[in-house]
Design a protein around this ligand. Structure first.
Ligand SMILES: [Zn+2]
Length: 325
């Protein structure tokens, strides 16, 4: 961020530029007054249990309170407020959300980046994760629409828009999450589950996307460390980039038919390139998450819709200053 995010620029954005109608197309008008909002205001104070009777009042709040970060939460049976905090009212609905942050990959990033820092090389992990989850939601679960938003700093949020998911309770969300999970205890033991033969679409997608991305970056040396012969390692590296639509059949032909090698290789590509999802965000139905098109108070960037995740790089997202030009 090269300029200071002043109260004036924040207010000016929410008065003149914030696309309220577009924002409302994501959160829906029904039950708007029962929707929880949360904000980081002024000198870093986090306030939540706030709701608005209409969008003008939401806008007025953001204009008047020097909002550094804005978050939207679940819908309840009555308007959340200080008198009726969310713990004391009945939960009704919430979008089904995935959160992918680049710092979740710190243990396996080899480019030298860590924390909030990213480069084109490691950002591809976030892009691959979003594509993988997007396809899995649509092809394996039959959901119609997932919208991806830039989080404003170092990651992306995927919102499943299908109404049926909004009623999912925590157990249902966890069940879907578990179907997708292959790395356990991500920050420590990082134990890797075997790819299941029963879940065929998922298994095939892992080979087509995750194994392919890993093999595209493999060297003969890295493959030899997994027990693959020199001749075969050279062949894999030479041939992998020639496939147009790499799938599990290609994988079976290309990789030696040796159980131990295959187990080592699949553990390795899952460890290195499989999606790392922030589980708490998906599970916790009462959590608030960044409001689409709000400003990220640390970067000044806007949490825009990502139309094409394969070609989206965070530096290309507009800042609040860009919107004023
Ligand atoms: Zn990097």
């Amino acid at each position: 961020m090269n300029e200071k995010l002043t109260d004036e620029i924040l207010a000016k954005y929410y008065v003149e530029k914030f696309p309220m109608d577009y924002f409302m197309s994501f959160v829906g008008l029904s039950n708007f007054q029962n929707r929880e909002f949360g904000f980081v205001v002024g000198d870093n104070r986090f306030v939540r249990n706030i709701s608005f009777s209409n969008t003008d009042k939401l806008k007025d709040f953001m204009v008047q309170n020097s909002v550094q970060h804005a978050y939207v939460g679940a819908v309840y049976d009555k308007p959340p407020s200080r008198e009726n905090p969310i713990q004391r009212i009945k939960w009704k609905a919430r979008e089904f959300i995935y959160d992918i942050d680049i710092d979740e990959y710190d243990l396996v990033r080899t480019c030298g980046c860590h924390g909030d820092v990213y480069c084109k090389d490691c950002w591809s992990l976030v892009q691959e994760a979003a594509s993988f989850i997007d396809k899995t939601m649509k092809e394996d679960f039959g959901f119609k629409e997932v919208i991806w938003f830039f989080s404003g700093r170092r990651g992306v949020h995927g919102w499943v828009m299908d109404k049926i998911t909004h009623d999912f309770d925590q157990a249902q969300r966890v069940a879907i999450l578990n179907y997708l999970t292959f790395i356990h205890d991500e920050k420590r033991s990082q134990s890797i589950e075997e790819i299941p033969n029963e879940a065929k679409p998922l298994r095939n997608r892992i080979y087509a996307l995750v194994a392919k991305a890993y093999l595209d970056r493999a060297t003969p040396e890295s493959l030899k460390e997994l027990g693959i012969s020199t001749r075969k390692a050279n062949e894999i590296v030479a041939r992998i980039k020639t496939f147009e639509n790499f799938d599990h059949n290609d994988y079976n032909i290309l990789i030696p038919n040796d159980t131990i090698i295959r187990r080592k290789l699949s553990s390795e590509f899952i460890l290195q390139r499989y999606p790392r999802i922030d589980r708490k965000v998906t599970m916790d139905t009462r959590r608030v998450s960044r409001m689409p098109y709000s400003i990220h108070g640390k970067t000044g960037q806007i949490a825009i819709v990502i139309k094409d995740i394969d070609n989206f790089y965070p530096d290309s997202a507009p800042t609040v200053w860009d919107t004023m030009m």
